[in-house]
Ligand binder design. Structure first.
Ligand SMILES: C[S@@+](CC[C@H](N)C(=O)[O-])C[C@H]1O[C@@H](n2cnc3c(N)ncnc32)[C@H](O)[C@@H]1O
Length: 465
């Protein structure tokens, strides 16, 4: 038979289910499939693909929530789901059937990770293939047989998708993080990366966190952020329109907090502004503006700066926004009381929020990004006034982008020194303080309360002549 599937289920085939057009729940699965397919394109941004795909599908709210959960869940456990699929077929599908492969992953995710009734998971998967391209349609029988076998063998397959490092982390990340953090921390990290992350809010100064937390049913974190359940629709919450808070992971608010304490210690360092060199979408600019400092916020992305502008308007805060290249910043040398460089990076520390990234990036990207970070750090340093503060941070857990970058910089720039972070500046996060006084958070810290994003933060000061 021409176009016959190369991959056969290890067990015999069964008849494919008919009735593609009327299959209930098919629109949601089709939306999930297309979003997943698009988001695995190396240039795609998952959150944008999700929003665009959901708008295109115009589903009922409950179905849209299901699509979100299915796409993100499939990506978070992709490694385990691939392993489970490997047990069910004799050999992988050829590359030209990549879409059918994704249909199988989505089907397995529903069977092994969600409470989807088996009949719904199987019939929708079969219907997706039947409605697809001619060359793939004959694979409907294979999909039917593989997923039915998965139903029968769920107990045997379940350990492959358990929240463990080898099921959750892309192999190159697992290897690197095992070396960096050790087995126990890696287990904690995997538990957190496997599940939807909570949503943290940074409050505008003056907002009573305890009473707002009570009303929002949020947890007050030791750092002062409020923590909400995963998936909370923040724009519907009390206080959103009044600009009382903005969304920012509890780790992401540390760099500015540490910058502000240093500025206070150094007596404000003259009247210069604080320059935020890679500012958009702007959580850190908002923190700086909320603290009452004069902020100049630069980013090369006009559209991302637009989001910052909207957030500033909502919170009634102000900052000067500039589109430009941080490698050639349009500011006078030595003019800033402090510079924040939240450099573009591999973002491996945010894997739980962006589970596609680990599959699109690899060690080569780390080397390329580290080179760009080095140039940006050089440019940032030139802007700092004598006695001024330089905070360098990345939401990456790769040493080349974090501590390695800073060590290389300090070896070359004797006019800068570390201003070590004190334990008292990290309430509830003593574990995140490194022996040299940097901050290194990872998702396994606070695992019991939902984890925290991974960040490296170094705080430096420019010596006086
Ligand atoms: C990690 S994000 C910054 C997040 C931001 N600080 C916040 O708290 O919301 C890095 C930013 O760097 C920007 N970027 C990348 N290359 C740049 C360059 N050469 N000059 C200026 N901005 C750049 C990206 O557009 C992106 O917005």
């Amino acid at each position: 038979m021409s176009g016959a599937p190369r991959s056969r289920p290890a067990a015999g085939r069964r008849r494919a289910t008919k009735g593609a057009k009327t299959t209930p729940g098919l629109a949601a699965r089709r939306a999930a499939l297309l979003i997943l397919e698009e988001s695995l394109n190396p240039a795609a941004i998952l959150s944008e693909r999700l929003e665009a795909g959901l708008a295109r599908a115009s589903l009922a709210p409950a179905d849209a929530a299901f699509v979100r959960a299915l796409v993100l869940g499939t990506l978070r456990r992709r490694r385990g789901l691939e392993a489970a699929l490997g047990r069910l077929v004799e050999r992988p599908l050829p590359a030209r059937h990549a879409r059918v492969h994704l249909v199988l992953l989505i089907g397995l995710a529903q069977l092994l990770l969600f409470d989807t009734p088996p009949h719904a998971a199987v019939t929708t998967a079969v219907a997706l293939v039947q409605a697809g391209k001619g060359a793939s349609r004959p694979l409907a029988g294979l999909v039917n047989a593989v997923l039915r076998r998965a139903v029968d063998e769920r107990d045997r397959l379940a350990p492959l998708v358990a929240p463990r490092p080898e099921n959750v982390l892309p192999p190159w990340i697992e290897e690197r993080w095992r070396t960096r953090f050790g087995e126990t921390a890696l287990e904690r990290i995997a538990r957190v990366v496997a599940i939807p992350p909570p949503i943290d809010l940074t409050l505008k100064p003056g907002v009573d966190g305890r009473s707002l937390a009570e009303r929002l049913k949020a947890e007050v974190l030791p750092t002062g952020s409020l923590r909400l359940a995963p998936g909370t629709r923040v724009e519907r919450l009390e206080g959103f329109r009044q600009g009382k808070f903005w969304v920012q992971d509890a780790a992401a608010m540390l760099p500015v907090r540490l910058l502000l304490t240093a500025l206070e210690t150094c007596g404000g360092v003259g009247a210069g502004p604080v320059i935020d060199l890679a500012a958009a979408p702007g959580g850190k600019t908002m923190q700086l503006a909320a603290a009452g400092v004069r902020v100049q916020a630069l980013d090369r992305s006009r559209s991302r700066l637009e989001r910052l502008r909207e957030n500033l308007a909502r919170t009634r805060l102000s900052a000067e926004l500039l589109v430009g290249d941080a490698q050639h910043p349009p500011f006078a040398p030595g003019s800033a009381s402090a510079v924040l460089l939240d450099a573009p990076c591999s973002a491996t520390g945010t894997l739980r929020r962006h589970p596609d990234l680990g599959w699109k990036r690899g060690p080569d990207d780390i080397a390329r990004l580290a080179e760009r970070q080095r140039r940006m750090l050089e440019a940032a340093a030139g802007l700092v006034a004598q006695g001024g503060v330089l905070v360098y941070c990345v939401c990456s857990l790769e040493p080349e982008e974090g501590v390695g970058q800073v060590e290389e910089f300090l070896a070359k720039h004797r006019e800068f020194a570390r201003l070590p972070v004190r334990e008292a500046e990290l309430p509830g996060l003593a574990e995140a303080r490194t022996p040299s006084g940097d901050v290194l958070t990872h998702p396994g810290i606070w695992a019991g309360r939902g984890g925290i994003d991974g960040f490296h933060v170094s705080r430096l000061v420019r010596r006086q002549d």
